[in-house]
Each structure stands twice: as C-alpha cells, then as structure tokens.
Design a protein around this ligand. Structure first.
Ligand code: BEZ
Length: 211
C-alpha cells in the first residue's frame, strides 16, 4: 500500500553525506522536506540540488528541515556535491541520503517500475512536526521541480495548520486567503475577522494573517 496524505511518515536510519540520519530525530519538532533524485552526476538533479541550496534560507525561515535522497553512495554524493557547489555557485549544507539498498526508496514508493526498476523518480514529501505527510508529488526524471512552488505550497500548508485558513488557485504569499467551510461567518467575526469579503455563502475571503 503506498503512502497517502495524513499517514505518519515512516521512520528510518540511513547514512548520508553528513553522517547517519535518524529520520524522526532529524525532523524533531520541525517540518521536513524529503525528496528523491534519480542519480548522482546527472544534469537535472544537479540544478535541483543547486536551487534547493540557494533557497535554503527560505526553508529555514519556515522551519523546514531539508533532506535529499538518491540510491548512490556517500562517496559519490561527496564528489558530486563538489560539482554542484562549483557549477551552481552555492554551498550545500543539507544531507543527501545514500540509499544504496533502496530501503527508503521502497518504503516511500519512490521507485516507479514502469519508469525505472532501479532509480527513483523525483518524489517529494512535505512532513509536518507531528510527522504527518502533508504533500506528495512525483515528477518524472526529465522534469526539474519548481522549488518556488514548493515554498508556496509550504506557506499554504502552514497557514492551514496554524490559522485554519485555506488558499485559492494561484495564491501567492500575502494574497487574501479563504475561510474554510467549517468556520461560519459568525464564528469568523467572533474570532476577530472584521474584513470578510463574501462572494457567496461558501466563498469568503479574508486578508492573510501577518505571521
Ligand atoms: C537528470 O537528472 O538529468 C536525469 C536523471 C535521470 C534521467 C534523466 C535525467
């Protein structure tokens, strides 16, 4: 059975480019992004890890621990990280798991046999501080992910978790948000929302919270 939203993210212990990772301990009370790459020394993966590293402070700002994975060895990872740092003008400071026996890849359903029997696709999981899976995406090897979009989704997930608000199509940080159907307009007013823009009884916008 594959993992689904709101499942508890399975724990594991595995070697990485920054030493042994005990996953649940690594997450601690933060959010986490666990994401796989098909292989080391490949062009699209190089740009993805470079972009994640360049955006690292944005993940930190949102208390998101970053953890990459491929099925190559720690030695390969360390050599490849030098290439990534040099070519993408960055310094990678998050671990890359060395899942050489594919234990994590299988546990998380990152191997899609019709795509490849041996390599992972580009799977990405966002996990909350309660270790619940909040987002799962799978991209093919041919398409690099948009890490600004991942940050946008994290902002939306954190708004839902911290403020019980939901976000419309194409929402960007700072835009108005939506009251979920579970909160009545009277309840919203009692909660202090004075600026409710009611389009229909079920489509009600409010300004995004400041923090
Ligand atoms: C890449 O990261 O460039 C890549 C990896 C596996 C297959 C195709 C492309």
């Amino acid at each position: 059975m594959s993992l689904r939203l709101e499942d508890t993210a399975p724990d594991f212990t595995a070697p990485s480019s920054m030493g042994t990772i005990h996953f649940h301990e690594y997450i601690n009370n933060s959010w986490a992004m666990l994401f796989s790459h098909p292989a080391d020394f490949t062009p699209v993966c190089t740009t993805e890890l470079g972009r994640t590293s360049q955006l690292y402070s944005e993940f930190e700002k949102r208390s998101v621990k970053v953890l990459a994975l491929s099925v190559d060895s720690v030695d390969n990872h360390l050599q490849w990280i030098n290439d990534i740092n040099n070519t993408q003008h960055t310094v990678i400071n998050f671990p890359i798991l060395a899942d050489i026996h594919r234990q994590i890849a299988i546990l998380y359903g990152m191997i899609h046999p019709n795509a490849s029997e041996t390599y992972t696709v580009r799977s990405l999981f966002i996990i909350d501080p309660h270790k619940k899976i909040k987002l799962i995406i799978n991209y093919p090897a041919s398409t690099g992910r948009n890490f600004h979009e991942i940050l946008r989704v994290i902002d939306s997930l954190q708004l839902a978790a911290n403020h019980n608000m939901v976000t419309p199509a194409d929402w960007q940080a700072g835009d108005d948000v939506i009251l979920p159907p579970s909160i009545s307009t009277e309840e919203a007013k009692a909660m202090g929302h004075t600026n409710i823009q009611t389009i229909t009884s079920y489509l009600r916008y409010i300004p995004a919270p400041k923090n």
